[in-house]
Design a protein around this ligand. Structure first.
Ligand SMILES: C[S@@+](CC[C@H](N)C(=O)[O-])C[C@H]1O[C@@H](n2cnc3c(N)ncnc32)[C@H](O)[C@@H]1O
Length: 232
């Protein structure tokens, strides 16, 4: 456990040095400024200390991608959004601030979860006028009990398809019990996630490209399961 912590700290220091050098070249300046407006700190990465093959590292969705998603997707129809693998909470705070939506973030890395909680403390002072709740839960996405209010689920490649499958089956079970329309938002979607979703009743309703993206994967795919799907 002590070794685990030490390796985690060493990796953090190395990433800090790497990113502070990069930020000198201006790569993260814009992202830091956007964080500052919200009163949060979400820039950077965190690898898992030990080889956690099913769990991916922390890295936030870029603000320019979130801006495009917010323009093109109807967040106004969402009752509550869940970010599976929320990291330090950038998506959670952004959507709460922009749409005043109830939001839930689930994070399995304890240190990252603590940072999300610290962000919440500062953000909440800035966003006192927004009454919609923000919840962070420390734990595994696959153990999260889907609530009947949850109808929009966000994934930025948090884990392997093996875990994604479990989470999607949890969503399907919840929808079967409490019939409603639900959406999955995938950022930077992998082939594995897309191939798996083809075997489910979800269908693609939109694809949103991030402006000036060089990488083809730098986009969102939105999947929907309509409440009428169960009537057939
Ligand atoms: C690529 S980051 C995305 C962060 C955030 N959703 C965003 O878009 O800004 C993926 C996050 O998922 C977390 N994660 C990995 N496996 C997880 C699991 N099984 N349950 C919950 N969180 C997990 C990682 O620790 C990491 O913070």
């Amino acid at each position: 456990m002590a070794d685990d912590l030490l390796i985690g700290v060493i990796i953090d220091i190395m990433l800090y040095i790497l990113y502070s050098n990069q930020s000198k070249r201006g790569i993260f300046m814009g992202e830091r400024k956007r964080d500052k407006i919200l009163g949060i700190r979400t820039v950077g990465m965190r690898e898992w200390a030990f080889n956690k093959v099913h769990y991916n590292r922390y890295e936030a969705t870029p603000y320019k991608a979130l801006d495009k998603l917010a323009e093109d997707y109807m967040f106004r129809d969402v009752d509550r959004i869940v970010d599976f693998g929320c990291g330090r909470g950038r998506v959670v705070f952004y959507l709460h601030n922009r749409f005043q939506l109830p939001v839930v973030g689930i994070e399995a890395n304890h240190q990252t979860y603590e940072e999300a909680i610290e962000n919440k403390a500062v953000y909440s002072l800035k966003a006192k006028h927004i009454t919609a709740p923000i919840e962070f839960k420390y734990g595994l996405a696959q153990h999260y009990k889907i609530d009947k209010r949850d109808n929009c689920f966000y994934f930025f490649n948090p884990f392997s398809v093996h875990i994604f499958r479990k989470v999607v089956y949890n969503i399907l079970r919840s929808v079967e019990k409490d019939n409603r329309t639900v959406d999955l938002i995938l950022y930077y979607p992998t082939h594995e996630y897309k191939d798996f979703l083809e075997t489910t009743p979800f269908t693609i309703i939109n694809k949103i490209k991030v402006p000036r993206a060089i990488d083809k994967k730098d986009r969102f795919i939105i999947y929907r399961l309509n409440e009428t799907a169960w009537e057939e």
